[in-house]
Design a protein around this ligand. Structure first.
Ligand code: PMV
Length: 312
């Protein structure tokens, strides 16, 4: 009997989180050291799931799994399989609720595994629509960025719902540090909406400013200007902080990274917890920044080279 397999990976947003929800462009990068693998195989009886969070009939899975459950149902429906006689296993090391796109990565791996099991080839648009469905349940009004970045194999420029490969001639290392605190994407997105409501002029300026930083950073990345990319990251952090999506813990990690010589640092993803990213020139610099961020409270730190030619 066949086994269906699907994989997806984590992502980091370099520029444009939150602003992307309001129509501005964003830049994201696959973080392929962290991944999710899903397998689907025949197992008579109720549709069941095996995962770190829960093992048992999918129908009885906890509330936490309502988004992957909806994705599984929709994907099975699309490929014409009944909601039974299958066991779906999910393993992965993308930490949950850290702004690394775990929900989109899980959904992406599930959709691929189900399509593979059924022997159906989904178009890119169909695949993304199924992942986006899960993202809507996971955090309300997703821009669609995570769905695309978790299946991309290089840096992506995302604008008006469309992702394309972003060329870069910049060589640097991105240090990703997990604060250990759950990010709160849904609340943070709502807080930004409330800010825009309360202070429309300032709010619009900040959103446009974040978009302009993404535009400028794309040019810097293409031209190999690592310092300018770093400086723009720090400017973006100032704007995100003013919008209310940072936190004292994230600020402490960011300050530690900059004091240790990072070219720039900011939160990544929804914020109010989760991860921060710092740009450093090379691996030697990454080691120093890594130690500084751990001393400031980071629980896990990953180093990710940014290579020329968009290779991330
Ligand atoms: O926290 P994450 O990884 O789900 O990223 C959220 C990014 C936002 O721009 C805040 C929301 C979105 O839908 O793009």
């Amino acid at each position: 009997l066949r086994t269906g397999r699907g994989v997806a990976h984590a992502k980091v947003i370099l520029f444009g989180e939150h602003a992307v929800v309001h129509g501005e462009p964003a830049i994201a990068m696959p973080l392929d050291v962290l991944g999710v693998r899903a397998t689907v195989r025949h197992r008579p009886g109720e549709l069941s799931v095996v995962s770190d969070l829960y093992t048992g009939p999918l129908a009885q899975a906890p509330e936490l799994m309502s988004s992957p459950r909806a994705v599984v149902h929709a994907a099975l429906d699309r490929v014409g399989l009944p909601l039974r006689d299958l066991e779906i296993a999910v393993v992965g090391d993308v930490p949950h609720a850290r702004g690394l796109g775990s929900s989109a990565a899980v959904a992406g791996a599930l959709v691929r595994a189900i399509a593979d099991y059924a022997g159906v080839t989904l178009t890119e648009a169909e695949h993304l629509a199924l992942v986006d469905l899960g993202e809507r349940l996971a955090h309300g009004t997703p821009s669609g960025l995570d769905a695309r970045a978790t299946s991309a194999d290089a840096m992506v420029w995302f604008e008006a719902g469309v992702a394309r490969r972003l060329a870069t001639r910049t060589s640097a290392v991105l240090v990703v540090a997990d604060s250990g605190l759950a990010g709160r994407t849904r609340t943070a997105v709502a807080d930004v909406a409330a800010f825009l409501e309360r202070r429309p002029v300032r709010g619009a300026a900040l959103i446009a400013g974040l978009g302009a930083l993404a535009q400028g950073a794309a040019l810097d990345l293409a031209a190999g200007r690592a310092e300018q990319v770093g400086a723009k990251m720090s400017q973006a952090q100032g704007m995100l902080r003013e919008l209310g999506v940072s936190s004292p813990e994230l600020d402490a990690l960011i300050d530690a990274a900059t004091a240790a010589g990072a070219l720039g640092a900011k939160l990544t993803g929804g914020g109010q917890g989760g991860c921060v990213i710092a740009l450093v020139r090379d691996e030697a610099g990454a080691v120093v920044v890594d130690a500084a961020m751990r001393a400031a409270g980071a629980v896990t730190v990953w180093h990710h080279p940014i290579g020329p030619d968009g290779a991330a």
